[in-house]
Design a protein around this ligand. Structure first.
Ligand code: ADP
Ligand code: 5GP
Length: 187
């Protein structure tokens, strides 16, 4: 059995960037690809960053019990496909990059789950990163930033909190956590 890791944190904090580095350096990890009803951003491909579904498709998959957890934010549905996670966990550790509410749902159903929150060094840096990414309108950015206080208020429920100031340092810290928790699982 592998360990199940959930990585969450405010939008723009660097989760996607860090997860990409982790996967590149340790191909034995499995990354769960979520389903979403939001439109693909420039450069995103179906089945790579997300499985992009229509609202109707998403709702039928909820009804079929296909999701380990799912949630609606910023007006779109997001969910973790159950079967992929269960199959992969038989042989290796799995990473889910999901929001705080989804994370707590997973932990409730599987208390062994390791919750890791990525936090920014400060709010201004977060604003700059989100704006620098340039993938949201100003209105969408404001909505994402409004949620930050709520997200950070849940950090005590997390097993680990990693500050993403220096990217390489944050990556190494995450690798240490993954190694420690995976070793405990005996993979
Ligand atoms: P998230 O997946 O959490 O929404 P991203 O990984 O898309 O965030 O990162 C948001 C932006 O911040 C990207 O442009 C990324 O290159 C940049 N970024 C991430 N980590 C750092 C860091 N430690 N220092 C500077 N910029 C960073
Ligand atoms: P984005 O639209 O920027 O890719 O993601 C928006 C938010 O949805 C982020 O906080 C991200 O972590 C979260 N998210 C992505 N996939 C899932 C999922 O499968 N379940 C839940 N609950 N949240 C998700």
């Amino acid at each position: 059995m592998g360990a199940l890791f959930v990585i969450s944190g405010p939008s723009g904090v660097g989760k996607g960037t860090l997860v990409k580095l982790l996967m590149k350096e340790d191909p034995s990890l499995a990354l769960s690809i979520s389903c979403t009803t939001r439109a693909p951003r420039k450069g995103e491909r179906d089945g790579k960053e997300y499985f992009f579904l229509s609202r109707d498709e998403f709702v039928s998959r909820i009804q079929a019990g296909d999701f380990l957890e799912c949630d609606e934010h910023f007006g779109n549905y997001y969910g973790t496909p159950k079967s992929f996670v269960q199959t992969q966990l038989e042989t290796r550790s799995v990473i889910l990059e999901i929001d705080v509410k989804g994370a707590l749902q997973v932990k409730e159903n599987a208390p062994d789950t390791v919750l890791v929150m990525i936090v920014p060094p400060d709010f201004k840096t977060l604003e700059q990163r989100l704006a620098g990414r340039g993938s949201e309108t100003e209105e969408e950015r404001a909505g994402r930033l409004e949620r930050v206080k709520y997200e950070l208020s849940l950090k005590d429920k997390y097993d680990y909190v990693v500050v993403n100031k220096n990217l390489q340092r944050a990556k190494r810290e995450l690798q240490k956590i993954i190694r420690k928790e995976t070793d405990q699982k005996g993979v």
